[in-house]
Write a protein that binds this ligand. Structure first.
Ligand SMILES: [Zn+2]
Ligand SMILES: [Zn+2]
Length: 304
C-alpha cells in the first residue's frame, strides 16, 4: 500500500492511503479550506478553544494553532473539569496544560464547582430531570459561553467532528426535534452580544482521522473512559460502523451536504416565536425568566 501523494509506504488508510506526513498535510488543508469557505476565523479574532483532553478537542486546538498565522487570529484554551468522578481526573488537566505550554498557548482552567460556586455537583445531576450527559452538556455550554465573553473572546471553537454531527442529526431527527438542525453547521453566528459565535473547524473530519492526526503528531491525549469512541456502546455507533464498511464516503458526503442545506418548513412552531431576554439571576441569555443553570442551582439551595 503506497501513499497516494508521494508513493512512499502508506501508514494509514481512511478512504485513501497516506504516509504520516502527507496525511497531516491533507488533514490540515481540509480544515483550512473549511475555515476559508465558512469564514470561521478572521483577522483579529480571539478564539477560545474548549479542550477536554480527548483526541477531537486536541486535534482542534492543534490545527487552529497551526493555522493561526495564516488567518491572523489569536487562540487560548479552556479546560473545564466537570467534577463527575468517572470523568474527571488529575491527568487530564496536566495533559492539556502541557500541550499549551509547549506551544505557548494561553491556558485557562476552571471546574463546574468553582465556576458555579457549588460544592455538591453530584446533587446538581440528581436534581436535574435530564440524563447526566444532557445536564453536563448544558452546563458546559453555559460556562464556555460566559467564560468567553467575560474574557473578551469573540469565538468559541469545539472539536465536534463529522461523526458527532451525523449522530446528533439522526438521533434528533428520529425523536422529532428539528429546530436545532440549523445549528448543525460549521458556524453558529451570535445573535446577541452575550451569545458567542460557535465554530466547528473539524466539521468535515472523521473521528478516526482525528485519532490518526494526534497519533502522527505525537500528541498525548487523556481519554475519558465514559465518553471514549472505543468504549462507547451506542447502537448508532454500530450502525455507522456498518455504513463505514459499506460506504466509506457516506459521512463526508453527508456533512458536506448538511452544511449547505437550508431546512425550511419543519421548524418547531414553538421555536419561531421565541423571545430572548437576560436571566434575572446571572444575566445569561435565556428564553425564560431564569436560565436553566440558575434554575438548577436554586433547587439545590432550597434543599439545603
Ligand atoms: Zn506521502
Ligand atoms: Zn442564570
Amino acid at each position: 500500500m503506497k501513499c497516494i501523494v508521494c508513493k512512499r509506504d502508506a501508514e494509514v488508510k481512511i478512504i485513501a492511503s497516506f504516509c504520516s506526513d502527507c496525511f497531516i498535510n491533507h488533514y490540515e488543508r481540509r480544515v483550512e479550506r473549511l475555515i476559508k469557505k465558512w469564514r470561521l476565523a478572521n483577522k483579529g479574532d480571539r478564539i477560545l478553544i474548549s479542550v477536554s483532553g480527548g483526541k477531537d478537542s486536541l486535534s482542534c486546538a492543534e490545527v487552529l494553532y497551526r493555522l493561526r498565522n495564516k488567518f491572523q487570529y489569536e487562540i487560548a484554551v479552556l479546560n473545564l473539569d466537570v467534577n463527575i468522578s468517572q470523568c474527571s481526573n488529575e491527568r487530564t488537566k496536566k495533559v492539556v496544560e502541557n500541550f499549551c505550554k509547549e506551544r505557548n498557548i494561553p491556558f485557562y482552567f476552571t471546574s463546574f464547582a468553582e465556576y458555579l460556586k457549588i460544592s455538591e455537583i453530584d446533587k446538581l445531576f440528581k436534581i436535574s430531570r435530564r440524563p447526566v450527559c444532557g445536564t453536563c452538556g448544558m452546563i458546559k455550554r453555559y460556562i464556555f459561553n460566559r467564560f468567553a465573553y467575560e474574557n473578551n473572546f469573540n469565538k468559541l471553537a469545539t472539536g465536534h467532528c463529522a461523526d458527532d454531527i451525523i449522530k446528533f442529526f439522526f438521533k434528533n431527527f428520529e425523536s422529532g426535534y428539528f429546530s436545532w438542525i440549523d445549528k448543525l453547521k460549521p458556524i453558529t453566528p451570535s445573535f446577541h452580544p452575550k451569545v458567542i459565535t460557535r465554530i466547528r473547524p473539524l466539521y468535515t473530519c472523521l473521528e478516526i482521522e482525528n485519532y490518526a492526526y494526534v497519533k502522527f503528531k505525537n500528541i498525548e491525549i487523556a481519554t475519558c473512559v465514559m465518553c471514549s469512541y472505543f468504549t462507547r456502546k451506542d447502537k448508532w455507533d454500530e450502525i455507522f460502523r456498518f455504513i463505514d464498511e459499506k460506504k466509506p464516503q457516506f459521512k463526508l458526503n453527508f456533512v458536506r451536504n448538511l452544511a449547505e442545506v437550508e431546512i425550511k418548513g419543519i421548524k418547531d412552531m414553538k421555536e419561531e416565536k421565541k423571545e430572548y431576554n437576560e436571566c434575572e439571576i446571572c444575566g445569561e441569555i435565556t428564553d425564560k425568566k431564569i436560565c436553566a443553570v440558575c434554575n438548577l442551582k436554586s433547587k439545590i439551595l432550597k434543599k439545603n
